[in-house]
Every structure is written in structure tokens, then in C-alpha cells.
Design a protein around this ligand. Sequence first.
Ligand code: PDD
Length: 276
Amino acid sequence: EYVWLKDKIISRHDAYVHFDDRGYYFGDGIYEVIRVYDGLPFLFDEHFERFLRSAKELDMPLPYSITTLKENIRHLLQKNDIKNGYVYIQMTRGEQIRDHLYSRDIIPVITAFTKEAEIPVTKQTNGISLLATEDIRWLRCDIKTINLLGNVMAKRRAEDYYCDEALQHRGDIVTEGSSSNIFIVKKGVIYTHPANHYILNGITRQHVFNLAQEEKIPIFEEAFSLEETINADEIFVTSTTLEIMPVINIKGSIETSLQPGTITRKLQQAFKEHTH
Ligand code: PDD
């Protein structure tokens, strides 16, 4: 198995990162997770647009062009012979003796690995459960940084309550999952939190807007409350790895049970047609 480290594709066995990497000290880095279907990266350009945006927001220069990055990823996927799975790409600010003040003279460190992974079809059929828990993260959740402690804690808490994912809320307002976006359906209309500083603007989320428009289902970027979540006709979450996932149970701050709905099913079907 091969990985990408700095400017080389090498054996995973030989891949080590530097002791003074700022990613290790400060979580000072960004990443993307990109799905691969039949050997081809899905929504490749969209992921790299977001990668570039994250880099800009954190004042990180890109050591290579997007074209080179994409070529290297394709090369890695071929070398590892990935058919269906995903690729993880990360860029940390670079290596520097520990100092909160980052230097602008250091070179970012890029690493990437690939993984063969099944589509979670059983869960997509049956639905998943969420643990509703307060969103304790910082106010730049729009940046896809590797600094993910709030998300990690929410995910652990969800699992400890036998739930598959977290539903994070800031006070009364539902923001997103620990690593997914959340949607509700009410009277045939889809709602999801606006793409502002409180959430990550998911690539799958953006794709759902296109699918809904194709299917002529009204969809709005409008924040919704915990109470509106309890009263929703359908709830689903989206992410690169989960695709479109119905929610059948919520525990924690709010409690509710429901069934996968017709609009969720329509979107799942439309999603499949775009990838297979
Ligand atoms: N997570 N919100 C958060 C906080 C996320 O971490 C993710 C993705 C999403 C969904 O984004 P997308 O549709 O672009 O995957 C929303 C990835 C999968 C991860 O951290 O593994």
C-alpha cells in the first residue's frame, strides 16, 4: 500500500512525519475526504475548490497547483488500485519549533492515503440514530481544518449512547452532525442550516441542492430548531462517506422516532444515478 508524503509516493511502511509538524502541535492544517466510485474521484473539482478556500482562510500557501495535486491523487489511486473507496488528503502548515506565531516561510506538508470502502447500503436502507448534543465548537466551522476536537467528542458521546452520529445544536438551533450535514423535510419542503461560519458547507450537501432542483423538490437554506426537528416528516444526513442517510431515531436533548421518507428515498435514488 502506498501513501503520498510531501512530494513522493512511498510505501505506507516508510511514511513518517516530522516531530515539529504544526499539525501535531496545533491541529494547524486542513483536509478533504473524496469518494471514489469505479476508480474515479467524485466531485473532485468541488473538493479542491473547498480545499483552496480552507487554505486561503487560514493564510496557507499551496506548495503545488491544484492540477498537480489532482494528478498526484489520481496516481495514488491507480497505484493502490482503488475501485470503490475514498482518498484522504491533508495539508499542515509545515515544520517549525513550537510557537503559536506561525512563520510564513515554512513549506506546507501534504500527505494522502487511500482506502477501499463499501457504500453503507444496509444503514442507507434502515436508517441511523442521532444523539442530540450541544455544539461546543469554535466559530469557524466553515473551514475544513484537522482541528476537530469538538466533533471528535460529539462522535464519542453519540457512540456511548448507542447512536451512529451526533446532532449538534447551538442552543435551540440545529447546526450539523459530527462529520455530516443535517436536513429535515416538512410538508414536502427540505430545510438545512445556511452555509455560514457555524457549519461546514458539505460537498454532498451542495450536491443535494442540485439533486433536489432536478427532482423539483423545494429546498431552502434556513436554520431550524430542535422542536422543528421533532416535528419533521423526514430527517436525513449527508456526507462523502454516508452519501444520503435517513435518520430514524434521535436521543439526548430531544427524543423522536420516525421512518425513512419518500423525499429521502427519491434523493437517494437520484444520488445513485449520478455515481453508478
Ligand atoms: N466529514 N460537516 C462536517 C463537520 C464534516 O466533517 C463533514 C465531512 C461534513 C460533510 O461534508 P462532505 O459532504 O463534503 O463530506 C459536514 C468528512 C467525511 C470526514 O471528516 O471524514
